[in-house]
Design a protein around this ligand. Structure first.
Ligand SMILES: [Zn+2]
Length: 233
């Protein structure tokens, strides 16, 4: 038993546990990033742009149909006007007024159609740009995902290493000391505190020389203030 310094072994066990915790935390962060859909807002924005384009095309069809309808009515009137069948000046004048009236009704539809065509061009350009950007981001994300996969494997391997070290240390640590360690770790996060310059690193309080002597000898001594197991390098 003389060669076995239990507090020091517990210190090593704690190092392994803290390192394993850090690995698990890293793995958690990586998984969260891998599971998140980073491009969702961009895809949603593109979907909205496509919907607006659909809407603009629909409006253009409606406006064009209305203009076309007026055009065919104008044509009917014009045919009548130039047919030579109508000779009454009053009737001809009425016919001309009707044609002007219909053309007046048609003009806003034609203006609107031009505006819509311009808006459609702009929308199509915007969609093409957004699609190209999304494609670039998809490619960048693929690279990032491969990196994350690599980091995940590294962290997994490191974690296994720390777990193996923990298991090996536990074969050297008496069950009672291991249980004390487990309870303290549960309560305080850190069960073991190094003594540096005569003070407990866990809470900063000075450790008496008698305590130091016993800790140096490998006895399990707990800090009188924070109750952590003290160990010296
Ligand atoms: Zn302390």
């Amino acid at each position: 038993m003389g060669a076995m310094n239990i507090p020091r072994l517990l210190g090593q066990l704690q190092d392994a546990d803290l390192a394993a915790d850090a690995c698990r935390e890293q793995i958690g962060r990586i998984s969260a990033e891998l599971n998140s859909d980073a491009l969702a807002p961009e895809r949603a924005a593109l979907e909205n742009m496509r919907d607006s384009l659909k809407n603009l095309n629909h409006q253009l069809r409606e406006t064009t149909a209305q203009a076309d309808d007026l055009t065919s009515r104008i044509q009917v009137y014009e045919e009548k006007l130039y047919s030579g069948r109508i000779t009454s000046p009053k009737e001809l004048s009425t016919l001309q007024k009707d044609i002007e009236l219909l053309k007046g009704h048609r003009a806003p539809h034609e203006d609107r159609a031009l505006e819509l065509m311009e808006a459609i061009d702009d929308a199509e350009d915007g969609i093409a740009r957004a699609e190209a950007t999304l494609q670039r981001h998809k490619e960048a994300l693929e690279v990032r995902r491969r990196e994350l996969g690599e980091k995940m494997r590294t962290a997994g391997a490191e974690l296994s290493g720390h777990e193996a070290r923990r298991a090996a240390l536990l074969t050297e640590i008496p069950a009672e000391a291991a249980e004390q360690y487990r309870l303290l770790r549960q309560q305080k996060g850190r069960a073991v505190a190094r003594v540096e310059q005569g003070a407990c690193r866990g809470c900063g309080i000075a450790v008496t020389s008698a305590w130091l002597h016993r800790a140096r000898a490998g006895e399990i001594v707990r800090c009188t203030n924070c109750a952590r197991i003290l160990y010296l390098e």
